[in-house]
Design a protein around this ligand. Structure first.
Ligand SMILES: Nc1ncnc2c1ncn2[C@@H]1O[C@H](COP(=O)(O)OP(=O)(O)OP(=O)(O)O)[C@@H](O)[C@H]1O
Length: 682
């Protein structure tokens, strides 16, 4: 590992769980050491949450003017020609549309659809969110009309003798069903107005995009075979074709050229099914393992929606956006925004119009985004807190939005973001809207909820949701005490591979202590966590990306979605607070078909349920299970069926730590929202 100490980043935090905060690097470290130049930016409570964006703000005023929503023609009409020879998967390439062709299609393609919409509105009383009538969560009412909790309900039923005849297994299954329903009944994807009116759009967004004719003429058995070959599972009605080349998807040549320049030559499985699905205007839930190219699946349509709108009717100053991508962290928002800008620039360089893509996230000045809005903004990539803040200040409007994506959607529609999401949707107009959700992890409860809140969605799954990528070699290492971890990481684990390496911990103070220790040991390291200022976070990311630092020590703020190229090794010094986070952490390596190594440190003090999940994950990924895990993990777990709440393979819902944690987080979030003056890390 490199020895050049880079920047003099000095921080210290006492009480680190890892100890060793002292100069000697040993002992139980109260955290003296490198001085006190960095003030503590966070309280303990904030540190525990650490991760990300939150918001609790008041007041919703619908604003915005101008346009009206409409159809979603994306890249053109039915011009794919030249069937490929039987048995081949690719088109002839003639399906790819030039910008001029695209322009003419966009102008004539779907006439008035922007005005007329195309999605009908459901009758009052329609099934909004999950659950439908009766409160959705399956709760029942007491004689006094009060909604009963699940617990109270069970007690009532027991007293009434209705549960007597059920076996223990049946009771457990019933309990699971109700818990899943209870959590699935959250309605983050349905705006307050839609909830109030009991209506929502019920037709997929109309689009003029079609696959090439040769692809349309193939029988369903061809697509079934392709999906089997690429391990693609689909759910939904009338699922669009799976296309195995970008040309067959009729992307503008400038985009294909841009992708080739990035060595993206052939779609990955989630792209094969996901891109045609979104280009067809369908709502979609996309689940695929980490590093499998999901970002392109939702970013490319964002840019193409923007292109089409601009070609049909250029945006006026103050208008837009027509597309929005929401990310749960600033780093992820920044990354996605850059990818969208690159795609837009490729179109512009080929003679296309200039598309304006705004980045709206906390920690950075709002001015550049506002300047873009003044000119007319085509698309926005945002974190929920900043977006909501701007909407409430009427700095722009979402009334023209016809494409909305939630990246890392399981995080965005749970964990206290729910209210923000609903508030954000209150700012959308009545225009038809296409909604797509993506993640590598999505527990059954979230998937079910998504499926009821979207319009005739297509669910595309590649691999099991929450499974570790098979391109990662996972090694579990047993360490007897927390105090030993720090020296163990530096002296035994770090040297297993060449840099770059990412080290994860769920605690900011451990991240700080590790940074201090590594700097003392001469390791070129930098760190990122939610307690640092935005400029410090940015600097750390840049130093790591451009090779100034060999090691990035990170809290889970960097676990989801961040695409560092060629990470050789991920080290988890502890298990995350939610097991679901582990595949995300591990997934920073082994991306885009490369093989990676991950080390997970465990101690005897780790939660047995977490260890059980870990064991099941290793077995599923056909990795070596250390004897310690075989001995101590709880024996009751089923290794074939995932917990419907959190996706963990090692336990059932009755033992799910997430159930308790979510309840706690939601309560905390409700309390925060009562504080009008709070300004979150958004
Ligand atoms: N078709 C492709 N061929 C080769 N590389 C690709 C392809 N599509 C995307 N990539 C590259 O793969 C890497 C991972 O892609 P991406 O970040 O979209 O993964 P992801 O599925 O979103 O992962 P995560 O779940 O961690 O967010 C990126 O560097 C991207 O440029």
């Amino acid at each position: 590992m490199g020895t050049a100490a880079t920047r003099k980043r000095k921080r210290r935090r006492s009480g680190s769980r890892l100890g060793s905060g002292s100069r000697s690097g040993s002992g139980s470290g109260s955290g003296s050491g490198l001085g006190k130049r960095r003030k503590r930016a966070k309280t303990k409570a904030k540190e525990e949450e650490d991760e990300e964006e939150e918001a609790g703000r008041e007041g919703v005023t619908e604003s915005g003017k101008g346009r009206h929503g409409g159809g979603n023609a994306v890249t053109g009409g039915e011009t794919g020609t030249g069937a490929p020879p039987a048995g081949t998967e690719s088109g002839s390439g003639s399906g790819s549309s030039s910008l001029a062709e695209f322009r003419s299609r966009a102008k004539g393609g779907h006439g008035d659809s922007r005005q007329s919409g195309g999605r009908g509105v459901a009758d009052a009383g329609a099934d909004v969110g999950s659950g439908g009538g009766g409160g959705g969560s399956g709760g029942m009412l007491s004689a006094g009309g009060k909604q009963l909790s699940l617990l109270e309900e069970t007690v009532h039923l027991r007293r009434a003798g209705k549960l007597k005849e059920l076996t223990k297994e049946e009771l457990e299954a019933e309990e699971e069903r109700k818990l899943v329903e209870a959590f699935a009944s959250t309605k983050a994807l349905v705006s307050a107005a839609e909830l109030a009116e009991g209506g929502r759009t019920v037709q997929p967004l109309p689009t003029t995009w079609r696959p090439p004719r040769w692809a349309q003429e193939r029988g369903p058995e061809v697509y079934e075979a392709l999906r089997t070959k690429y391990n693609i599972e689909i759910k939904g009605e009338d699922v669009p074709k799976c296309l195995t080349t970008f040309e067959a998807m009729k992307l503008p040549p400038a985009i294909v050229k841009h992708l080739v320049g990035k060595s993206i030559l052939k779609p990955t499985p989630i792209q094969m099914q996901g891109l045609p699905t979104i280009l067809s205007g369908r709502d979609m839930i996309g689940i695929s393992y980490t590093g499998s190219g999901k970002t392109l699946v939702f970013t490319l349509p964002l840019v193409l929606v923007a292109l089409e709108e601009e070609l049909r009717m250029p945006l006026m100053p103050g208008e837009g956006p027509v597309g929005v991508v929401l990310s749960p962290s600033r780093e992820l928002a920044r990354q996605t925004h850059q990818i969208a800008c690159d795609l837009a620039a490729a179109l512009h360089a080929d003679g296309g119009p200039k598309l304006r893509m705004a980045l709206c996230m906390g920690g950075v000045p709002v001015k550049p985004a506002l300047e873009m809005v003044d000119e007319g903004v085509h698309a926005v990539v945002a974190t929920p807190g900043r977006l909501l803040d701007m909407l409430k200040k009427e700095q722009f409007s979402l009334r023209l939005v016809r494409y909305m994506c939630l990246d890392e959607a399981d995080r965005l529609i749970s964990d206290g973001f729910e209210e923000d999401m609903r508030d954000i949707l209150s700012f959308t107009g009545k225009a038809p809207r296409q909604t797509v959700l993506f993640s590598a992890t999505m527990a059954q409860s979230i998937k079910e909820f998504g499926a009821t809140a979207l319009v005739s969605p297509v669910v595309v799954t590649v691999g099991r949701a929450g499974a570790a990528s098979l391109d990662i070699i996972i090694e579990v290492e047993y360490v007897a005490t927390e105090e030993e971890k720090m020296s163990y990481v530096v002296n035994s684990v770090l040297d297993k591979t060449e840099p770059p390496v990412i080290v994860f911990s769920s605690s900011s103070s451990v991240v700080d202590a590790l940074l201090e220790y590594m700097m003392i040991k001469g390791v070129a390291a930098t760190a990122i966590h939610g307690g640092l200022s935005q400029s410090e976070r940015l600097q750390a990311m840049d130093d790591f990306k451009n090779g100034k630092a060999d090691v990035l020590i990170a809290s889970d703020v960097a676990a989801k979605g961040i695409d560092f190229p060629h990470i050789a090794h991920v080290i988890c010094v502890d298990l995350p607070k939610e097991f679901e986070m582990l595949p995300h952490r591990l997934g920073r390596t082994g991306r885009a078909g490369n093989v990676g190594v991950a080390s997970v440190l465990i101690t005897p003090r780790d939660d047995p349920i977490m260890l059980s999940d870990l064991r099941a994950m290793l077995i599923e990924a056909k990795q070596r299970v250390p004897p310690y895990l075989l001995r101590d993990a709880t024996a009751s777990a089923s290794a074939t069926e995932a917990c419907p709440m959190c996706g963990g393979l090692g336990h059932r819902i009755a033992d799910c730590p997430l159930v308790t944690q979510r309840a706690r987080t939601n309560a905390r979030s409700r309390m925060r929202r009562g504080d009008e003056h709070r300004v979150g890390d958004y």
